[in-house]
Ligand binder design. Structure first.
Ligand code: GGG
Length: 354
């Protein structure tokens, strides 16, 4: 008897529907009688908001709680303010299910060049670990709306860094670094300028590092790290950073690999008390939505991360190898300089699964 997993699909907005369809097709092709995925699709997102005034059902988290994983597309559409759509759906799920670790591999694919990188970059790969529950995304602050329209309004947006939140993401990142060929963890802050939360981060990093003498460490300010990603990424292996810094750095990393469209991610609740969520890093791309030209590689890579999480590393590796075969053969979507449609790339990946 095989294993059965209940997966919630939330395509949400824009190209989300196209890339989730692509990822599901690859997952259905790579799984078989031994691993059965039972899908339930949710129509939440900005269209749902237009109908109901909410980005997801009021009892959305309860509806999702019994699933083994969530496969997500992208959130955001010009009809809804971005902070409303993001907090109403993606962040509601991440925070509601305590998905405190977000991993975002930076992966160079054969056959894909970027103006900033060299031909032999497929030797490079590193993982950005994003603290996904607090920091700059704690949602703390306010505005004195009484002053609105008078030119004197004030807004405060606070970051929250807790010792326990810092420690758990660092231990997670150290464990990840320990399992890699290059055992190195680089911590990123802006602790020279942000003298409270980020100094606490640095202190916790130093304390936790003492428990991992086999992992090399270094610390880097986020501005210097942005330059290092571009100019000298060779010695990176795992990079741990706060919610905002890691979000920005992982976008930069994926742009270096050719396009944001190739970047995969996993929002994990490592304790497995709640379902984890897998999604491409890219957003809903309203400029190309519905045209069938979205790059599905980030969504397919996220499907591979989901397989790994469910306990199927061999199937995940098959998916990643198939993507490499396809890009090496020059079957590239528009954002990577090719002419292949979303469906062309997806079919080619399925064929390459072997
Ligand atoms: N699939 C990822 C996605 O939809 N991202 C939308 C977005 O704006 N995210 C901002 C963030 O996660 O910080």
């Amino acid at each position: 008897m095989g294993s059965m997993f209940r997966i919630a699909a939330i395509p949400a907005d824009g190209v989300g529907a196209e890339v989730v369809e692509a990822g599901r097709a690859v997952l259905d092709a790579v799984t078989g009688p031994g691993i059965e995925l039972s899908w339930t699709e949710f129509d939440w997102g900005c269209d749902y908001y237009a109908r109901t005034g909410r980005m997801m059902a009021e009892d959305g988290l309860e509806q999702l709680a019994g699933f083994d994983a969530i496969y997500f597309g992208a959130v955001g559409w010009p009809t809804v303010p971005d902070h409303v759509s993001l907090w109403g759906l993606r962040l509601a799920v991440c925070q509601g299910f305590d998905q405190w670790a977000n991993i975002r591999p930076v992966r160079f694919l054969p056959g894909v060049t970027s103006p900033l990188r060299k031909a032999d970059d497929t030797e490079l790969d590193w993982i950005v670990v994003r603290e996904n529950s607090e920091g700059e995304y704690a949602g703390l602050g306010g505005r004195n709306l009484a002053a609105r329209g008078r030119g004197s309004e004030v807004a405060v947006q606070s970051s929250l860094f807790t010792e326990s939140g810092c420690e758990r993401i660092m231990r997670f990142a150290f464990d990840l670094a320990r399992g890699r060929e290059r055992r190195r963890l680089t911590s990123v802050t802006k602790s020279n300028a942000q003298q409270y939360g980020m100094v606490l981060w640095d202190e916790v990093f130093e304390r936790v590092a003492a428990d991992y003498p086999d992992v090399e460490t270094d610390s880097c300010l986020v501005d210097a790290m942005a330059a290092r990603f571009v100019l000298r990424p060779e010695d990176l292996s795992v990079v741990v950073a706060s919610n905002l810094h890691a979000d920005i750095l992982s976008d930069l990393g994926s742009a270096l690999t050719g396009s944001l469209g190739t970047a995969a991610s996993a929002n994990l609740n490592p304790e497995r008390r709640f379902p984890s969520m897998f999604e491409p890093v890219h957003g809903s791309a309203p400029d190309i939505a519905g045209q069938g030209v979205a790059n599905p590689i980030g969504a397919i890579g996220s499907a591979a991360l989901m397989l790994e999480h469910l306990g199927f590393p061999d199937e995940a590796a098959r998916v990643n190898r198939a993507v490499e075969t396809v890009t090496a053969a020059g079957v590239l979507p528009r954002d990577l300089g090719g002419t292949a449609t979303t469906k062309d790339v997806t079919s080619a990946v399925i064929d390459a699964l072997g």
